[in-house]
Design a protein around this ligand. Structure first.
Ligand code: GLN
Length: 213
């Protein structure tokens, strides 16, 4: 077999609970191989992983049950690009102020679950990206970012008076409090796919199945 890495990255979407089908659909609009991930073998074949919105406690339990928590943490810690939306951001974050222990603990932000209050169950709010472009973000019982670590870059803010951070990036980890997979705005998915593609193109893919004997 000729040993050349295909330019098309495989991007997985953790498909245990929540809005995974919408992410797969958003990714399939781009030139990537998008797959649902429920097993370690599927995780091993990925060049990047999306952790969707849903219920962070349910996702955490499912990761435990499927014995994916440790392998997922290891892959992301060793550089596989990850993108967490809403509950997915909670799963990636370092700490929750309500004292719950972190799930993956890889993204240097603190988040507060349902941080805008339970009355803000669902809202479409104006948002602004770092390059000044504007859009609309869908927020559903969204986590609020209460601390941004030094290594973390804010890539989107609420476009109201407060300019609260709502999307961040730390190296190859991205996260947003809102649901870009529920709108036509594919800016964050594009950035994420670029991360996954640049890793495969530069040959630094952390794909676990490439390191097996
Ligand atoms: N409130 C949910 C949680 O705590 C997140 C909601 C969402 O992902 N839309 O996990």
């Amino acid at each position: 077999m000729i040993d050349s890495e295909p330019a098309v990255p495989t991007v997985g979407v953790l498909a245990m609970q929540g809005a995974f089908a919408e992410h797969v659909r958003a990714l399939r609009r781009m030139s990537v191989h998008a797959i649902e991930v429920r097993t370690k073998a599927e995780l091993d074949s990925c060049d990047g992983i999306v952790i969707p919105g849903g219920e962070s406690t349910a996702i955490r339990k499912a990761l435990d049950r499927c014995e994916l928590l440790a392998p997922l943490r290891e892959r992301i810690a060793s550089g596989m690009p990850a993108f967490g939306t809403c509950a997915g951001m909670i799963v990636l974050a370092d700490a929750e102020p309500d004292g719950a222990p972190p799930c993956l603990g890889l993204l240097d932000v603190d988040v507060q679950r349902n941080g805008w209050g339970r009355q803000l169950h669902s809202a479409e709010l104006p948002i602004e990206y770092g390059d000044g472009s504007t859009s609309t973000g869908v927020f559903i019982r969204a986590p609020r970012i209460t601390r941004v670590g030094e290594r973390v870059q804010v890539i989107a803010r609420l476009a109201n008076g407060d300019l609260e951070p709502i999307a961040v990036r730390q190296g190859s980890i991205m996260a947003s409090s809102f649901h870009p997979e529920l709108t036509d705005d594919d800016a964050l998915h594009r950035s994420f796919v670029d991360l996954a593609r640049s890793r495969t193109a530069s040959g630094v893919s952390s794909r676990a199945d490439m390191h097996r004997d």
